[in-house]
Write a protein that binds this ligand. Structure first.
Ligand SMILES: Nc1ncnc2c1ncn2[C@@H]1O[C@H](COP(=O)(O)OP(=O)(O)OP(=O)(O)O)[C@@H](O)[C@H]1O
Ligand SMILES: [Mg+2]
Length: 185
């Protein structure tokens, strides 16, 4: 039973890339892996061979909020993916209202991580978000992604002083430092 939330106060630090890499790693270990994109960029799907033109997703299909099974895409790798979907502002705001009810969210997500062999990875948007607050109430394992640069150092105090994660978070917080490899050609 594993629920992992990939987050950061910083944008562009490699959260989505790490989410995809962790998914493939857990799958190689024999786990049944589901990944969910909670970022309106809707880019996680591109790491799993879906097309930019695939517009379906958990947020785009408002009527499906309580049953996400029929929105799951089993990708070529065998990893199950719930894309965010291509959305408009109204759909995003409606989804945020839905997230405010943690009982509904837990019921929707629990089937994807409750069994021993299942891992659910949730990719979040950068910074504070309604989805971060909502997922926090389910007590996930947090992976906080940062880089070894001044921008990441600048946001460290917000994590250390407990301001980034909602106050009720009691679960483990891990850090991932992304290192960019630059090659001159
Ligand atoms: N380890 C790495 N080495 C080199 N480039 C990387 C690495 N990880 C991610 N990138 C690149 O950095 C960019 C940002 O990565 P990614 O989209 O995963 O970040 P993010 O934190 O999810 O961004 P956002 O905050 O916008 O959601 C992408 O172009 C990605 O290919
Ligand atoms: Mg991202």
């Amino acid at each position: 039973m594993t629920l992992i939330c990939i987050t950061s106060p910083k944008g562009g630090v490699g959260k989505t890339t790490l989410t995809a890499n962790l998914a493939y790693t857990f799958q190689r270990q024999g786990k049944h892996v589901t990944v969910i994109d909670f970022d309106s960029q809707d880019s996680l799907k591109l790491h799993f061979g879906l097309s930019f033109d695939d517009t379906d997703g958990v947020v785009a299909e408002e009527s499906q909020h309580s049953n996400w099974d029929n929105l799951i895409v089993t990708t070529d790798s065998g990893i199950d993916l719930l894309p965010y979907g291509r959305t408009n502002r109204k759909e995003r705001l409606n989804f945020e209202k839905y997230l405010a009810d943690s009982r509904q969210l837990e019921e929707a997500l629990r089937p994807y991580y409750q069994d021993e062999d299942r891992v659910l990875l949730v990719d979040l948007p950068p910074g504070h978000s309604v989805s971060l607050d909502a997922i926090s109430r389910l007590k996930p394992i947090f992976v906080t992604v940062l880089m070894a640069d001044s921008s990441s150092v600048a946001v460290l105090p917000t994590i250390e002083n407990g301001d980034f994660f909602p106050v009720e978070v009691e679960s483990d917080i891990y850090f991932w430092l992304t290192s960019w490899i630059c090659v001159n050609v």
